[in-house]
Ligand binder design. Structure first.
Ligand SMILES: Cc1ncc(COP(=O)(O)O)c(C=O)c1O
Length: 347
């Protein structure tokens, strides 16, 4: 299993995660470098995988000496850059089987006109004589082992004769094997069977499944206003600090809320965007200005997307160990904000 850094890259806690994972998978050259430097690459017993929807030649040159596997998204990228990679890293392409399990169209790799991966009808058998592996990423928060196994069968059926020629197959991320009651043994058996059937080393690229419910975004109520509903305004914004709440229109959960509480509030952000709110939540007691709230499950695709919109203060990052010890991993100040906008002014 290689950690998908696009989901979670807070490298200050990688030492806690390393015993359970075999390396990292990354997109852009900076992610690849980060994985290599902080999780461990060649020679360390860990692997660094590089896959991007679109690499420039400079990108390929920047990562080829530090990645173990280089996965191209299209046949044109493979053709353009394979000569730079041969002899340095194992080469793969992403295939798109046209089937997926993804909740929303925005995150669905099998959506109409998808640009993610090579379609079956574009493949020729000879391609696989000079490839080391392939990658499929076709799931998003898939909590059903049966569903995943059905996808595996589909892949085996569509691409089996090609897979038999390869050394490795990555099955991407989106498999929620840490979800309570996930049928882990069933998944393990299916993976073993697939790996033996096609004689390939299998990889999973989990992101979300690794860090779900590991981080809270801690906010403070700064005002309470009323306009048909009570809104508690907090010192944070989905647009800046929890972007997926906005992108996927999925309300956040508040640790202090109570399903049957009689005091209901919109948990509103302090950004200028009219519809920027975390959720509607009920509480057993009225909220007070100065009160802290915990916005649950705020690690995945959240900490990596923090931005400076509205010049809001960036949340500091802390790690709490199981013995209660708390360690600061990061804090941000005005200089970080300013530098992110310009480092030099025109003369
Ligand atoms: C190619 C690839 N691998 C792995 C992942 C990680 O997925 P997840 O965080 O859902 O496990 C993603 C997410 O978009 C991805 O695009």
């Amino acid at each position: 299993m290689v950690l998908a850094l696009k989901c979670f890259s807070t490298w200050g806690v990688f030492d806690i995660m390393k015993p359970y994972l075999d390396g990292t998978t990354s997109c852009g050259p900076f992610e690849v470098q980060l994985g290599y430097e902080t999780f461990g690459g060649r020679g360390s017993g860990k692997e660094t995988h590089a896959y991007s929807v679109g690499y420039s030649e400079d990108d390929v040159k920047a990562v080829v000496d530090i990645c173990d596997k280089m996965i191209f998204n299209s046949l044109s990228q493979l053709q353009a850059y394979r000569h730079l990679v041969e002899g340095k890293a194992s080469i793969g392409v992403r295939l798109n089987p046209g089937v997926s399990r993804a909740g929303q169209d925005l995150a669905d790799p099998a959506r109409q006109f998808s640009r993610l991966g090579v379609q079956q009808q574009q493949l020729s058998p000879s391609l696989f004589d000079s490839l080391d592996g392939v990658m499929f990423h076709i799931n998003c928060e898939n909590k059903s082992a049966d569903d995943f196994i059905a996808l595996l069968d589909d892949i085996s059926h569509q691409f089996g004769e090609y897979l038999d020629k390869l050394d490795w197959v990555s099955l991407g991320g989106g498999v929620f094997f840490t979800w309570p009651d996930y049928e882990l043994e069933k998944l393990a058996q299916a993976l073993k069977h697939f790996s033996e059937k096609h004689s390939v080393q299998l990889y999973l690229e989990p992101g979300e499944a690794i860090i779900t419910n590991t981080a809270d975004l801690v906010v403070t109520v700064v005002d309470i206003v009323e306009n048909g509903m009570q809104t508690a305004i907090v010192d944070s914004a989905t647009e800046a600090h929890r972007l997926d709440t906005l992108i996927y229109n999925e309300p956040a959960s508040i640790g202090e809320a109570s399903q049957f509480g009689e005091f209901e509030y919109v948990i509103g952000s302090c950004s200028c965007l009219a519809g920027d709110q975390f959720c509607v939540a009920k509480f057993e007691q009225p909220l007070n200005i100065g009160q802290r709230l915990h916005i649950l499950d705020s690690a995945g695709y959240t900490m990596v997307k923090l931005n400076w919109f509205n010049g809001l203060k960036m949340p500091s990052v802390y790690c709490q160990r199981s013995n209660g010890d708390i360690q600061k991993l990061n804090e941000f100040g005005y200089e970080d904000f300013k530098r992110s906008l310009s480092q030099w002014s025109v003369s």
